[in-house]
Write a protein that binds this ligand. Structure first.
Ligand code: GUN
Length: 281
């Protein structure tokens, strides 16, 4: 069997067109959704991510502000910037790009963001809302994964979903979203014994570890759906995910590629969250 691709670029184009239409409707009410992106330091990967986020805002007709600060910015100065953005009525979403320099307590900065503008969904108020099933901002990467499953009409009820990775940004919220859709969820991590025995039982596998070839063909049940959140480089320097794509695509029913899979969906869901923050006004 050769799996069907879940094309994150195509799905993003469709969803961003819908966002664009809703942005136009808001503008007719004199509201322009605005996103502030704050970058501290000169991490090259972060620079690419924030550029793409700002570009996506512009493409959908939103207002965006990119603040770049030297790595020497103090924690107090960053907290002051967050407070200013909390007060800024033209800004509906605030995103502080991670990682932050080591002298800044990232959690403290995240908690300083007004939960009503927490479009990354990283604030404990957002995490708590997801945990208890009340409305709130969902972290963009797992939210994008849920949209990809929705796009293939996948019904998670009673299915076994295995999430590999337990980060606050992807693994943990991913598991909660799958659970909310009535899947039976297993969270695996670096301490998991016999990962293969678990993944072989899975109807859906989400790989979110940040390491190449975490999931190989022999670990996948025929017909399983595989979502690859990884963003790594292979020996030739080419972008690749956590999944051995060439092998796994011969076993899975659906698979997301890297690049062009989950990556664009993350930014798309950031646009959705920012739009919906503005729509609440
Ligand atoms: N660093 C890597 N991914 C993300 C993300 O989704 N949001 C933020 N703020 N930083 C990140």
């Amino acid at each position: 069997m050769t799996a069907q691709l879940i094309d994150g670029n195509a799905l993003s184009r469709q969803l961003r067109a819908e966002v664009g239409a809703r942005v136009s409707a808001l503008k007719a009410r004199d509201i322009t959704p605005g996103l502030a992106v704050v970058l501290v330091g000169d991490n090259p990967a972060s620079q690419v991510y924030v550029r793409n986020k700002v570009k996506a805002c512009n493409d959908t007709g939103m207002h965006s502000v990119l603040e770049t600060w030297p790595a020497s910015l103090s924690e107090a100065e960053l907290l002051a910037r967050v407070q200013a953005l909390n007060q800024d009525a033209s800004i509906h979403g605030i995103l502080v790009q991670l990682p932050l320099p080591a002298h800044i307590d990232a959690q403290k900065v995240i908690e300083a963001i007004d939960p009503g503008k927490d479009v990354d969904g990283f604030h404990i108020a957002s995490a708590g809302a997801l945990m208890t099933g009340i409305p709130g901002f969902w972290p963009c990467t797992p939210y994008g994964c849920m949209k990809m499953l929705e796009s293939i009409g996948y019904n998670l009820k009673g299915k076994h979903a295995v999430v590999i990775g337990r980060s606050n940004i992807v693994g943990k919220p991913m598991a909660l979203m799958l659970l909310q859709q009535n899947a039976t969820v297993t969270i695996c991590h670096s301490g998991t014994q016999n990962l293969k025995a678990l993944t072989l039982q899975a109807d859906v596998i989400v790989a979110a570890v940040g390491k190449r070839n975490v999931l190989t063909a022999d670990m996948v049940k025929p017909g399983a759906v595989v979502l690859d959140v990884g963003m790594n480089r292979d020996d030739a320097g080419k972008l690749c995910g956590d999944v051995d794509f060439e092998g796994v695509k011969e076993v899975a029913s659906y698979i997301t590629p890297v690049p062009g899979g989950v990556g664009p969906m993350t930014i798309t869901m950031l646009m959705v969250n920012t739009l919906e923050s503005a729509e609440k006004l």
